[in-house]
Design a protein around this ligand. Sequence first.
Ligand code: XBP
Ligand code: MG
Length: 226
Amino acid sequence: MIKAVIFDVDGTLAETEEVHRIAFNRAFAEAGLDWRWDEDLYRRLLKVTGGKERIAHFLEISGGPSLTPEQIAALHKAKTAAYTAMAESGEILLRPGVASLLDALTQAGILLAIATTTSLPNIEALLSSALGEDWRGRFSALAAGDMVAQKKPAPDVYQLALSQLDLPAQACVAIEDSRNGVRAARAAGLRTIAVRSAYCAQDDLSEAELVLEDSRALTFGVLATF
Ligand code: XBP
Ligand code: MG
């Protein structure tokens, strides 16, 4: 039986990308920029992981003004503030079945871990609202994008989670929703289950061992087969 399950956050624990998109647009408006990312554009921009990297990519493909890294960081900081405000207000619920799965895994003595591209304030805002103030104690490892050199599809964030768990990849399973995420977990040597999400519904998830169309299908029984 596996010893730990490593969860991605955005699109896996919760359908957060729509709130991220709204937060980006709020930050642009606040900065007096007439940029607006609609759903289709955002879906395409999601091919690039990391909010700062996504803004830089948008400027490249849209022929927008060349901003300095500091200007992009300032915009992204405003976006994170907008996102955490919405997450803290309880606007974002965990995907169906996730809360009971986390409980079942813990009851079975299986460790929980997180490997995400997003930043700690966003994780804190989402999980303190969805799981309560003591959420941090439930996870034996917490690896986030601002802790590693390279973001998904590079394996860095999964390698960090494995080192925090002090477990070999063979003893763990990763849960992801995007192609970049599946590739990152596979590159870290992890067997991976992909759960299709709203914004990455068209992604090629075929590199995962198992692809589930709905988070309700991600049960303790399924994980017990790994
Ligand atoms: C998905 C991402 C993140 C989020 C936005 O993260 O690529 O960039 O879209 O968050 P995950 P930031 O690995 O959890 O699926 O703006 O904080 O980067
Ligand atoms: Mg994701």
